[in-house]
Ligand binder design. Structure first.
Ligand code: SER
Length: 882
């Protein structure tokens, strides 16, 4: 049975048993507690938890899943996969153990045709009921039912959420796979293929059962790949129809055959498996990056490239690997997952870019790895140095986990602590460097200040003014004791109401005063971790270390910034609702009265959609939702569903900003106390800022109002000009443009008729000399098209043996000439261009064209008459005796 039929058989069966069928949800989960969709139940989690009312009591689905906890094992075994598909049937407080067991048995034996006598079952150690039901509902005898502990027969998401005891179905693959005795002793011979979870508990992050769920539920998962192994009679997933074509393709590309050499097989499996996961991740909106899901994707792609290299391919040099591989994935899977086809361009573009980029660097990187390994071995060491891992990361783009894996292959352990500490130093440097106008202050100076002052307490959530002691004055030369009028310095205080730029929000400005001097604060930054600096200029007197300071944040600017920050949260929540969960904040800038918000999306947001989003945001704000901030543990925050950026570093204690019912984010920024204080929000731009990333810019508060007000003035001016009320102005302008177009057409027609008329008159009056008519006509004021038309009309009216030269002097003093020769003369070899050429030279230009028509132009319009005479002479000479 091929995999398509397996999917269909499962879904049809449960549809026939009253289940509503669901297509696969995204690999990017709605649920913030997990990085990726790890199981078929995840999209249904709110129904299990009782957080939402299920639209149907019974559901069945196929679901793409990704688990990335042991990427390094993939390829080395034939079991580990980072991507797999789960077929599931679900009950939300409807049927429970009996039906789940009955149907699992019927489906497995009657519809998938598995031999009943080879099916074994495990149940949770104290689940007597499940065992009894197996005996009643199926043909499994008691001796093929085994009881196991929580490790094997209790399932939960390994994050705060639902869980429960389970029962699993296994298939005996026969003696060839080792000793008998059931799944409890041999899970290679007895292959698990179907897991029935009886969801009934709520658990916390640590796996402690907190209590009963509101209802008893069923969550099942049948592994599509495993079922394909069983029904296609093959040894492992890589031999099924899901993988064989991918391995074959990887073999073609590398010139290596699967099944010939163990190490080659490892590489082929890595390439096939990772290409599959990568294609699906990209299709769901994950883009390669340094953190979170993007890091997982990058790691998979780069690991695959490395294995291409191990097979002797020059990836990124002359050879392509990822691109043809993801194309193969799309071909194979698009029927069940049309998103792959829809996102084909994106997938292929990213695969190409990644192999181009990393492929170009990997060879040198691997040489560096070899050197380092040789050096460690020569010194009898067993640790792969952290600084080399850092260099590989920084210069050659090696994800640290890839380096760790390569080191491990060589029998070395990566010194992760050393690597992490170098990463931290780099972050500090970047932060110090990014500081605007940092004036080249070395990190050591900040460290010196931190040694004196410690870390900075931020008081600015509650207050915009504070008193503190002047802790340190930092300059490029180091920490100093005083600063005088005109000096630009950075001030460190042990406590401050000034917000240091962070989380997209810009730093505060304001004033610092000591008894002897005054500083204008131009910006506030976090120079190194925990240390806030006020970049300031001494505007009066002198300031000294140790003096008391009164700090005043500029209040109107801060309030305008807070509006934009709260607006950003409202926008974020709303955009995700409209465009999908993938549209997670990817960057933001929060300024007074203005915000910028970046998010992954694959196409521009249409004007209508944008207007709907804008409308929804303003409606929400007007309802004046309460803005509530709370400090809690990271675990509690995640449990409460706060939006955190995976990959961002958060301490164990975090601040959660909640706006009304719709937004909950981890955020250190400053906010308005309630939604209506944001005032108006208006979106002024939506644009692309690189591959699949969109940027929205919006104005808030008074800036939004002022913008709209200016726009209104423009609209009013337009409606005044077109003399209708503004709501009719667009229609009116449209009508006017239409009329203008008609009028222009009409005009062109009239001019054409006029030209034709003129041509006829000139032709009728033209003298013939020995049957030859040479007509030279000056027609000022005609554009190029009209001039050409005049020439051809004249030629038509003149008939045989005619040469026409027309010219015009343009308003800017240039000359244009056209020469047309009648067909009979042209046939006798008289060409237009040589006739016009000497005339063109007279006006300082050249002639072009061929056969019976030529044109010329020159800068000296004043010599047009002379040029026309030259052309007439040339015409006569050219016709000569012909
Ligand atoms: N959630 C269970 C699993 O992932 C059953 O679907 O195995």
């Amino acid at each position: 049975m091929d995999s398509l039929t397996i999917r269909k058989t499962f879904l049809d069966f449960f549809e026939q048993h009253g289940h509503r069928r669901y297509d696969s949800a995204s690999l990017i989960p709605q649920d913030p507690t997990v990085l990726l969709t790890i199981a078929g139940m995840l999209p249904f989690k709110p129904y299990f938890m009782g957080d939402a009312t299920p639209p149907t009591p019974r559901a069945t689905s196929y679901q793409k899943c990704a688990r990335t906890n042991d990427i390094e094992n993939v390829g080395h075994t034939t079991r580990h996969l980072t991507f797999f598909e789960m077929l599931g049937n679900f009950s939300f407080g409807d049927y429970f153990k009996r039906e789940a067991i009955r149907w699992a048995w019927q489906l497995s034996t009657e519809h998938f045709g598995l031999a009943p006598e080879r099916i074994w079952v495990t149940v949770y150690e104290d689940d007597d009921e499940a065992e009894q039901l197996w005996l009643e509902e199926s043909g499994v005898p008691a001796e093929r039912i085994q009881r196991l502990g929580a490790e094997d027969n209790y399932w939960w998401t390994h994050a705060a959420g639902p869980g429960g005891p389970n029962t699993e179905l296994y298939y005996d693959r026969g003696e060839a796979y080792g000793e008998a005795g059931g799944p409890a002793v041999n899970d290679e011979r007895y292959l698990e293929f179907y897991n029935l979870v009886f969801m009934q508990h709520e658990l916390d992050d640590a796996g402690t059962i907190l209590g009963e769920l509101p209802a008893q539920n069923v969550d099942t998962g049948l592994g599509l790949e495993r079922m394909a192994v069983l029904l296609q009679g093959v040894d492992n997933v890589f031999e099924t129809d899901l993988f064989a074509p991918l391995l074959a393709r990887a073999g073609e590309l590398s010139g290596v055959r699967y099944g010939q050499r163990d190490d080659h097989d490892v590489s082929l499996r890595v390439i096939a498996e990772h290409a599959r996961t990568s294609a699906f991740l990209i299709a769901d909106g994950v883009l390669p990056s340094k953190e979170g899901r993007g890091y997982v994707l990058r790691r998979l792609m780069r690991r695959a490239i490395r294995h291409g290299q191990l097979l002797g391919m020059d990836v990124g040099g002359g050879q392509q690997l990822l691109l043809p591989m993801v194309e193969q994935v799309i071909e194979q899977m698009r029927e069940s997952y049309p998103d792959l086809q829809r996102q084909r361009e994106l997938i292929t573009r990213i695969a190409t870019a990644e192999e181009h980029d990393f492929g170009a660097r990997i060879r040198q990187g691997l040489e560096r790895v070899d050197q380092a390994i040789t050096a460690v071995r020569a010194a009898d060491g067993d640790a792969f140095p952290g600084d080399v891992a850092f260099e590989l990361h920084d210069t050659f783009g090696f994800p640290v986990d890839l380096t760790a894996e390569i080191a491990e292959d060589a029998g070395l352990d990566l010194d992760r602590d050393a690597f992490e500490s170098l990463m931290q130093q780099q972050r500090d440097r970047a932060r110090a460097g990014a500081k605007k106008g940092g004036g080249g202050i070395p990190v050591e100076a900040y460290r010196e200040a931190a040694a004196v002052v410690g870390t900075t307490d931020f008081l600015g959530y509650e207050s915009l003014t504070a008193e503190a002691e002047l802790g340190a004055i930092v300059t490029p030369g180091g920490v100093q004791h005083t600063a005088g009028e005109g000096d630009e310095v950075e001030i460190v205080l042990p406590r401050t109401p000034f917000y240091a730029e962070g989380g997209g929000q810009i730093g505060d400005i304001g004033v610092l005063e000591t008894p002897t001097g005054r500083l204008q604060v131009l910006d506030t930054q976090e120079a190194i971790e925990g240390l806030t600096v006020h970049r300031a200029r001494v505007t009066a007197g002198e300031v000294r270390q140790g003096q008391p300071v009164e700090a005043h944040v500029d209040p109107s600017r801060r309030v305008a910034t807070a509006r934009s920050h709260s607006a950003t949260h409202v926008l974020h929540a709303t955009i995700k609702e409209f465009l999908g969960e993938h549209a997670q904040q990817a960057g933001s800038l929060v300024q007074p009265g203005r915000l910028r918000f970046d998010f992954p999306h694959f196409e521009s947001v249409s004007r209508d959609r944008l207007a709907e989003i804008e409308g929804s945001i303003n409606e929400r704000v007007l309802r004046d939702p309460h803005v509530h901030t709370e400090v809690m543990s990271l675990d509690d925050a995640k449990r409460a569903g706060a939006v955190a950026n995976f990959g961002d570093k958060y301490g164990q204690v975090v601040r959660v900003v909640t706006i009304g019912e719709f937004s909950k984010e981890l955020c250190g920024g400053t906010h308005v106390p309630s939604g209506a204080k944001i005032g108006t929000i208006t979106i002024v731009r939506e644009e692309s800022i690189g591959s699949n990333t969109r940027r929205i810019e919006a104005l808030t508060g008074l800036d939004a109002f002022n913008h709209l007000s200016r726009e209104r003035l423009v609209a009013e001016e337009v409606s005044r000009l077109v003399d209708v009320p503004s709501e009719q102005a667009v229609e009116r302008v449209g009508q006017l443009l239409e009329r203008l177009k008609t009028a222009e057409k009409e005009l062109a027609k009239l001019r054409g008729a006029n030209l034709s008329q003129q041509a006829k008159q000139i032709a009728d009056a033209a003298p013939r000399d020995d049957g030859l008519a040479v007509v030279v006509q000056r027609a000022d004021g005609l554009g190029h098209d009209d001039l050409r038309r005049l020439a051809t009309e004249l030629r038509n009216h003149l008939g045989e043996r005619a040469v026409v030269v027309v010219g015009t002097a343009t308003d800017d003093g240039k000359a244009q000439l056209i020469c047309a020769v009648s067909a009979d003369l042209a046939a006798a070899g008289v060409e237009a261009r040589p006739i016009l050429h000497p005339a063109a030279q007279v006006v300082g230009g050249g002639a072009g064209g061929k056969g019976d028509l030529a044109q010329a132009g020159g800068k000296q319009g004043a010599k047009l008459d002379e040029a026309l005479q030259v052309a007439a002479r040339e015409a006569r000479a050219a016709v000569g005796g012909r």
